[in-house]
Design a protein around this ligand. Sequence first.
Ligand SMILES: [Zn+2]
Length: 492
Amino acid sequence: MISSCSEPAVVPVEFPIQMPVLVAALSFCLFILTGGCAASFAQDARPKEKANLLLSGGTVLTMDAQNRLIDDGAVVIRGDTIVAVGRRADLESRYQAVRRIDARGKLVMPGLINGHTHATMSLFRGIADDVNLQDWLTKFIFPAEAKNVTENFVSAGTQLGVLEMIHGGTTTYVDMYYFEDAVARATKAAGMRGVLGETMLDFPAPDNKSVAAALSYTETFLKHWKGDPLIRAAVAPHAIYTASEATLRAASGLARRYQAPIVIHVAETKKEADDSRAKNHASPVVYLDRIGLLGPDVIAAHCIWIDATDIAVLAKKNVGCVHNPSSNMMLASGVAPVGAMLAAHVPVGLGTDGPAGSNNDLDMMEEIDLAAKLQKITRMDPQALGAQKVVEMATSLGARAIHMEKEIGSLEPGKKADVIVLDLDAPHAVPLYNFYSQIAYALKASDVRSVVIGGRIVMENRRVLTLDEPAIVANARSYRTQVQKSLSPPGH
Ligand SMILES: [Zn+2]
């Protein structure tokens, strides 16, 4: 800019121009040099704003209210928060970042939200498949849990689960299990975000042998994690068929005293719905509403066996629902009426459910794909659930389903910096015509290259920086013999 302003000054020397014109030209340039150009210079030389991390280049899929897609974009992060999202050239001229991730040729999008799982159960992966939910729970999982689940087991299982989730681009997950304080510690150590619910049921659990003990444990757990930037402690009454009305009321009462979320399985099987109608003279949803459990702090997993009345109640009470297509198919539980829920403005997210017997992995890219296809085949309509909507269910809509839409789910200033970078070079990733379609139906968890959670790089170039991957995998393998033995009848 300075050189272009100087150029007219030499022009009169080379060309015969009348004196007044020359004076005017010189005056103009003097004005520009002392005023205009100085101002421009000041602007260019203005110190750049400081930032911690700059994700630079690539296509930024914001998942914001306008679903903006920014070609050759950038995301600027300060502390644990996004401060700017926009064009790379603009943001690079305005910000000076300590660290930088080169995302040229890649896809930059919000981290995925796994709205329902039991991460520890990674250590039970494959112990009992191809059975129904009731048999799976009562004949295999509950006995295996009684014999194996200790605080160390929970730590090891959570580490394995979190490691797998980070590899697949999940940045926030909702968990319900036992020894949830150990889950929280392992999650925090991994640098991952979690809504973590201590499970409560009427029979003795691996950690707490009575409801009173579970309530006391949970209260301590809620107090301990209050205000943590990554961990949101929750209360998780297991389901209406494992927790009595008194337990459900006590659990929701405790959650509300501490403004903690409530995580619960709702209307997962036909049996649960039929039994509720027989016993409570109401559907699971209407029953839960009647006892005061439903509200804008509830994260309800499954919501399969629900009717129009139930959907209206869920919408009115601002309950978030989490759809788990792999689990629902594997356990043949049924198909959630996702379209009807979305039409009624019930926020519906996506989850993997536990990685044992009901999935068996924690791959959210797979759930995005299956969620769309399950609705299509069930309704014999390829438009029943589209690519963009399922990507929303794993990000912006998923954040609403777990009541964290103010913090996460999209890339925009003020939101937590939970960002993933995906490669677009694999054979299954080219050519690319539509980003939503590519994410929903073509890209894999293995395409996730780098993961940032709360502004911290937790995976870079597929290497997880916060966890000792070989040690975690070896430790998980070492549990196999113990778990196998616990399943065998005595004498075998
Ligand atoms: Zn579950």
